[in-house]
Design a protein around this ligand. Structure first.
Ligand SMILES: [Zn+2]
Length: 691
């Protein structure tokens, strides 16, 4: 069994150094662009080269994060960055964008690819999708329980990486449109402005009902191994080097089976926390009972750091002895001294000294020499074995042996910097301009299985996945073109979802909406016609081609594209546009509305949708279903007066959430005939787009 990897954030060269010296096995970092932490310092191309050489010399792997969504015009530059990274080479590239994935498999088939947590993979089918798509590793969603991770590991042979320490987002990563919708700063483009840390109040809640404490599972790393996680990831590319040092040092001790001293845990909390830590979802907190997960960064939290920075510096004073080395000394009479060093990676170095003098008093012996050579302290090496062949009667002073040892290890360190590049061959990709049918069809999703008469004029009416099969039959017989919407959050529900899809098929319903790769694969395996949802985040032509190859019949585009950007996408896959509705700003596993004393009635689908209120009084409904909640926008997206500008789309998707059935009917009529929206509305990002 390979040992658990401690994977550290390196948002800057200083943090990189702290991570390496505190004992990380691998680091992840961003290049000059396209990293999910755009405002971290990140690395220039030269800085990246230095970082990779320095890390490889010290036995540390480097993962390059190119994990943002990309537009057509950005893909060539992202590929150029990765071509450079392959020349170094980095050890893996983290990817979110499906188009980049498609292109990388063609250009650099040998490059190990890791599916970013931004891909929202959280089920066995999700991991299987990642494997099928050519990823060697999946970074799982942070909201998983221990048993859910185990079940993914048991079902799919793919490396699993999971977060051990650091900030928790309220939304499942890759499913948050909050910052983008509120201020055009997209979390999917590394620009999140963290609006969730501001006051959003549920009735009777904490007042900050979208702000979670930071995660810490330090002390639980033996369980990571046991459930099949191969890499423990520390969050924090925006954090200071002392934080990185403390988190890495604590994880290192825990992973090595050693106790973590209470002082180190204290310092780790002092350097950054939000009112202490939480174990998040690892221990499966009951739905509706997640209030202890919530917390904010207080003034006291912020003040605590100053007192511990000094002591945390000591964690990075010396190199971490990580690389095993075999030393061989030959001291023969009349010949120059030779010290040879070999590592386990095929590198070796040799250092020659002077011809040893005959000893005047005590001659050198092999054992004493070996003891001296073992002292590799202060270097990244530790002596795995030392073999000395020493002729009798020679003088080998300590200073001579120390000098040889220093020289040979220094040489070896520099040799280790050079690695063979990973082949990268630019392959052409082109797609013809897309041709649509002319007038987009209407599709609609409904929050329940009561549908307005007008929905018969839709191409597909999606009803919830748990609609009783008898009701599906009735709807079909009454002329409603029903399909099934699978939940975007399928935590632990895949088995049930599969049975529902089979029952639906028996009732003659085959169309299935899927907003997650795992759900899409599940629906495909169940023989459905698979329709992609906006939350697959398809943002470029290559991504559409990737989804086509994955077996989708069509897809909704990313809601972060402008109309012009959507229209410009090429290729064959039919595509649609979310044209109406309160867009889900977040997909959350902890129900924010359950923080009040009465809990959330809507979690059990018996009450009306509860509402979060922001500082200005804007009201954001929360709809709960299955394993997750959706925080909806305060106003609906409306484009019914702009239908002429949407003719390029193959279909328009209307998302009904809080509307009554008569209201749904009115909206449908408006989208069939055109007309101005009656109430307050937003254009979403269709005009202004994102940064
Ligand atoms: Zn709820």
């Amino acid at each position: 069994m390979t040992p658990l990897e401690i994977l550290a954030p390196a948002g800057s060269p200083e943090s990189l150094r702290a991570a390496v010296r505190a004992g990380a096995d691998a680091v992840y970092l961003g290049g000059p662009s396209f990293s999910a932490r755009a405002s971290a310092q990140n690395f220039s191309l030269d800085g990246l080269r230095e970082a990779v050489r320095g890390c490889h010399a010290r036995g540390v792997r480097v993962h390059l994060a190119v994990n943002t969504l990309l537009r057509d015009d950005e893909l060539p530059r992202a590929l150029e960055l990765i071509r450079f990274a392959c020349s170094l080479p980095v050890d893996a590239v983290l990817v979110q964008d499906l188009g980049l994935l498609l292109r990388l498999r063609a250009c650099a088939p040998e490059l190990p690819l890791h599916a970013s947590t931004q891909m929202s993979l959280h089920t066995p089918q999700g991991a299987a999708a990642a494997k099928e798509l050519g990823f060697s590793r999946a970074v799982l969603s942070r909201e998983l329980t221990k048993e859910e991770i185990r079940s993914i590991h048991d079902a799919v042979e793919i490396e699993l990486e999971h977060f051990v320490h650091g900030a928790l987002c309220m939304s499942v990563s890759g499913q948050c449109y909050f910052s983008a919708m509120l201020g055009s700063r997209s979390g999917n483009r590394g620009m999140c402005a963290q609006p969730c840390r501001l006051p959003f109040a549920a009735p009777g809640g904490t007042g900050h009902d979208l702000s979670l404490k930071d995660l810490s599972l330090i002390g639980r790393l033996s369980e990571f191994r046991e459930i099949g996680v191969c890499s423990a990831k520390i969050e924090g590319r925006m954090k200071r080097p002392e934080y990185v040092a403390a988190a890495v040092a604590a994880c290192r001790l825990d992973a090595d089976g050693k106790p973590v001293p209470p002082e180190l845990l204290h310092d780790l909390q002092a350097v950054f926390s939000r009112s202490g830590f939480t174990t998040g979802f690892f221990d499966a907190p009951a739905r509706g009972k997640t209030r202890p997960l919530f917390g904010v960064r207080s003034k006291e939290d912020a003040a605590a750091a100053a007192s511990v920075l000094g002591s945390l510096h000591s964690l990075t004073r010396e190199e971490y002895p990580r690389v095993p080395v075999r030393l061989t000394l030959r001291a023969a009479a009349g010949e120059p001294l030779v010290l040879r060093a070999e590592d386990g990676d095929g590198f070796c170095a040799e250092s020659r000294g002077a011809v040893p003098e005959p000893a005047r008093t005590r001659p050198a012996d092999a054992e004493t020499c070996a003891e001296r050579l073992r002292k590799t302290g202060g270097t990244p090496f530790f002596a795995q074995s030392v073999a000395c062949s020493v002729d009798p009667g020679l003088s080998l002073p300590a200073s001579v042996l120390n000098g040889l040892r220093r020289d040979v290890l220094d040489q070896l360190l520099h040799r280790r910097e050079d690695r063979a590049p990973i082949p990268f061959a630019e392959t052409p990709f082109s797609a013809a301009p897309h041709r649509s049918a002319g007038t987009p069809a209407l599709r609609a999703r409904f929050p329940s299985w009561d549908l307005p008469e007008e929905s018969k004029r839709c191409e597909i009416c999606y009803v919830p996945w748990d609609t009783p099969p008898q009701r599906l039959r009735e709807l079909r017989e009454a002329g409603f073109p029903v399909g099934i919407e699978l939940p975007r959050g399928l935590f632990g529900l895949e088995g049930q979802a599969a049975s529902r899809l089979r029952e639906a098929a028996a009732a003659g319903v085959r169309d299935c909406w899927t907003g997650n790769l795992g759900a899409a694969r599940l629906a495909r395996e169940c023989g459905c016609t698979v329709h992609g949802g906006f939350s697959l985040n398809a943002a470029n032509t290559a991504a559409l081609e990737q989804l086509r190859q994955f077996g989708l019949a069509d897809t909704e585009l990313s809601v972060e594209l402008t109309l012009a950007q959507g229209e410009a996408l090429g290729g064959d896959l039919p595509r649609g546009l979310v044209a109406y509705g309160r867009l889900p700003l977040m997909l959350t596993r902890a129900c924010p509305a359950a923080n009040g004393p009465k809990g959330c009635l809507h979690c059990t689908r018996t009450g009306p949708a509860p509402v979060l209120t922001d500082r200005r009084g804007a009201r954001f409904p929360v709809q709960c279903a299955g394993a997750c909640s959706e925080v909806l926008n305060s106003v609906p997206l409306e484009l019914s007066d702009r239908l002429g500008a949407l003719a390029w789309a193959d279909f328009l998707a209307l998302r009904f959430t809080t509307e009554s059935v008569p209201e749904q009917g009115e909206v449908l009529r408006r989208y069939l005939t055109g007309g101005a929206p009656p109430g307050p509305y937003t254009r979403g990002l269709t005009a202004r787009g994102i940064l």
